[in-house]
Design a protein around this ligand. Structure first.
Ligand SMILES: NC(=O)c1ccc[n+]([C@@H]2O[C@H](COP(=O)([O-])OP(=O)(O)OC[C@H]3O[C@@H](n4cnc5c(N)ncnc54)[C@H](O)[C@@H]3O)[C@@H](O)[C@H]2O)c1
Ligand SMILES: CC(C)[C@H](C(=O)O)[C@@H](O)C(=O)O
Length: 607
């Protein structure tokens, strides 16, 4: 949901989301895996995203009311006969597969699985008892020509958009129904104008072997319901984890989008499940059902960049919960402060590859209850010996200039900048946890008509804006102003102007909007040029608002890693001037993430 909402934010679309309960949760609540209401809701939607269902709790139930029946019923009721399962190795995960990297490198195939026929739905089926007491279980593998024709067309059409090659997988040497499958697929190719698509037939047992021998030989694999189920789980391991595989079930009016994996009951509640298959499934939905190809591309690129930034340990990808990369310890310093807390969250989110985490405090014992991390991690006081046997120590101070420079660097590279005039509006969070607590206390006091107490700030900060931050330097500027100027100066040898007016401390809790007047020389950039340059940055670095007049808001950036840039205008008060409005999460982007990203680069490039 968070990915969907954020994609909507960036690409300016809204998708109304309603949730329905299916599978085990529905059995528990309503005694049936799929209620009429939820089926009607699915039918009246434009698309359905399905979470996995099933688990040992319901395994003893009669087949007709098992959780998985909901899935099969939805597929059948929605007419979703074509299940597309793209199997693409993200390059950073070549090492994550249990197969050799040189075998899996370049894997990019599509399994087109027939989804509403075959042995899953064939009649008769069941378990009967013979007169002598012997039990007899049976299912029927049945396919009709129309069922095979329509899935063959899907495969040929898909191959035309890819590398033009279809491998049809069957068991025609033994099973009559799949001998029919082979004949019909060949006829569709020859008689329906798909002569440009290369077709070959492979027996399923051979295909299972070929997939792990040389996956690059495959482009599109089209196969029956059960073979598709099995081969796609096998193919998942080419990508490093079953937690990487999305799927789209198509064919009816409403598309359904399902990660390939199941409910992973063996890792329930352990915070180890890989969410990327579901995230990539949302991308497929945006592409196929909502014509939002750009948003889908952006999500897929974001996944790739996350994997590039810090290759997670293969075990963690597969849900084994190990961490690797650096066989040692990682310690954030000052980890109980606001920045430290944010840094710990980021380390966990990005599966930062170290064996163990600990936290250092610059001095004194941790205040009781100040560490709310789960799982509990050790906190030590920093001393002269602290760095012994430590692989990575993360230090961070809030850098007001970081978000600003994210936006300015590409403009500097493209056209040069001679002068920047900055007005920064900074949040209380930049002054640390105690300052944020003071804001909370003062706000509560004011609402209760009580006197406010000022300890962290020289003046009341709640419902106020203090027009300077930090102490004054002899030249009349503040230390905080210097913190904006200094990094910008070191970034380029050119001269930068002083912040003007002096940066005020605003009462917003978390965010740090920066307003930049920028003049550059010698190349002239229009507002459109600037927008185009910033749009080319990866979404995880910077986002421009969809319309020229939209101003990014503090609330938009809260908890996000991007720098948001909007209201890009030409400034006619100076030659070649540009005005930008830049917003970022002060703690996350300006302070905590930076140190973590630097550590990730160190591990990636130098470890
Ligand atoms: N679409 C669905 O709803 C769906 C699909 C497959 C299985 N199932 C159901 O799920 C239950 C468990 O089935 P299973 O164990 O055979 O298959 P599974 O896919 O749930 O798990 C197989 C293995 O892969 C791991 N795994 C699965 N998803 C993962 C993820 N996102 N990240 C990391 N590791 C992951 C699991 O921990 C497990 O070790 C069964 O009840 C089955 O019917 C549901
Ligand atoms: C849970 C089960 C019914 C389902 C299937 O066999 O289709 C699953 O394995 C899948 O791959 O989606």
């Amino acid at each position: 949901m968070a990915v969907l909402l954020q994609a909507g934010d960036i690409f300016d679309f809204t998708i109304d989301v309603e949730e329905g309960v299916v599978g085990g949760a529905s059995i528990d609540a309503h005694g049936t895996p799929l209620t009429d209401e939820v089926l009607a809701l699915a039918k009246s939607s434009d698309a359905v995203v399905l979470g996995a269902m099933g688990g040992p709790k319901w395994d003893g139930l009669d087949y007709s009311i098992r959780p998985e029946r909901a899935l099969l019923a939805l597929r059948q009721e929605l007419g979703l006969f074509a299940n597309l399962r793209p199997v693409k190795l993200f390059a950073p995960l070549a090492q994550a597969s249990t197969l050799k990297p040189e075998v899996v490198a370049g894997t990019d195939l599509l399994v087109v699985r027939e989804l509403t026929g075959g042995i899953y739905f064939g009649q008769p089926k069941g378990v009967t008892t013979e007169p002598d007491g012997t039990e007899r279980g049976f299912n029927t593998l049945v396919y009709t020509t129309p069922e095979i024709e329509r899935i063959a067309r899907v495969a040929f059409d898909a191959a035309r958009r890819r590398r033009g090659r279809v491998t049809s997988v069957d068991k025609a040497n033994v099973l009559e129904s799949t001998e029919l499958w082979r004949r019909v697929v060949t006829r569709v190719r020859d008689e329906e104008g798909y002569g440009d698509v290369e077709l070959d037939h492979v027996l399923v047992d051979n295909c299972a072997m070929q997939l792990i021998r040389d996956p690059r030989q495959f482009d599109v694999i089209v196969t029956t319901n059960m073979f598709g189920d099995i081969l796609s789980d096998e193919a998942a391991m080419l990508t490093g984890s079953i937690g990487m595989l999305p799927s789209a079930s198509l064919g009816g009016k409403v598309g359904m989008y399902e990660p390939v994996h199941g409910s992973a009951p063996d890792i329930t509640g352990q915070d180890k499940a890989n969410p990327l298959a579901t995230i990539l499934t949302v991308a497929l939905m945006l592409r196929h059902s909502f014509d939002q190809g750009a948003a889908a591309d952006c999500i897929e690129q974001a996944v790739e960049r996350v994997l590039e930034a810090g290759p997670p340990h293969p075990g963690h990808l597969r849900g084994e919960g190990q961490r690797g990369g650096v066989q040692g310890d990682g310690f954030p310093v000052g980890a109980t402060g606001a920045v430290g807390e944010e840094m710990r969250k980021i380390l966990a989110e990005r599966l930062f590859p170290v064996d163990t985490f600990g936290c250092w405090l610059p001095s004194g014992p941790p205040a009781s209850g100040s560490l709310s991390v789960r799982p509990q991690i050790p906190v030590e006081v920093l001393d002269d010996d602290s760095f012994e046997d430590i692989d990575i120590a993360l230090f961070s101070r809030a850098r007001r200039s970081v978000p600003m420079l994210v936006a300015l660097k590409p403009l500097y590279d493209a056209a040069g900048i001679t002068r920047i005039v900055v007005s920064t509006y900074q949040s209380v969070s930049g002054a640390g946890r105690r300052a944020m607590e003071e804001l909370g206390k003062q706000t509560a006091a004011l609402f209760n008509s009580q006197e406010v107490e000022c300890e962290q700030f020289p003046h009341q900060i709640a419902f106020n804006c203090i027009p300077h931050i930090d102490s004054f330097l002899p030249d009349g500027y503040t230390k905080e102003g210097e913190m904006v100027r200094r990094p910008a100066r070191s970034w380029t040898t050119r001269k930068f102007a002083s912040p003007s007016p002096p940066p005020p401390r605003a009462r917003a809790r978390l965010l740090q909007p920066l307003r930049i007047h920028q003049r550059r020389d010698p190349t002239k950039l229009s507002a459109g040029d600037v927008r185009a340059i910033l749009r080319r940055l990866p979404a995880c670095c910077s986002r421009t608002t969809p319309r020229a007049t939209t101003t990014p808001l503090a609330t938009q950036a809260t908890g996000r890693t991007s720098t948001y840039v909007g209201r890009i205008r030409e400034d006619d008060s100076v030659e070649n001037g540009i005005n930008l409005w830049v917003v970022a999460d002060n703690l996350r982007k300006g302070a905590a993430l930076n140190a973590v990203q630097i550590a990730e680069i160190l591990i990636r490039d130098y470890h």
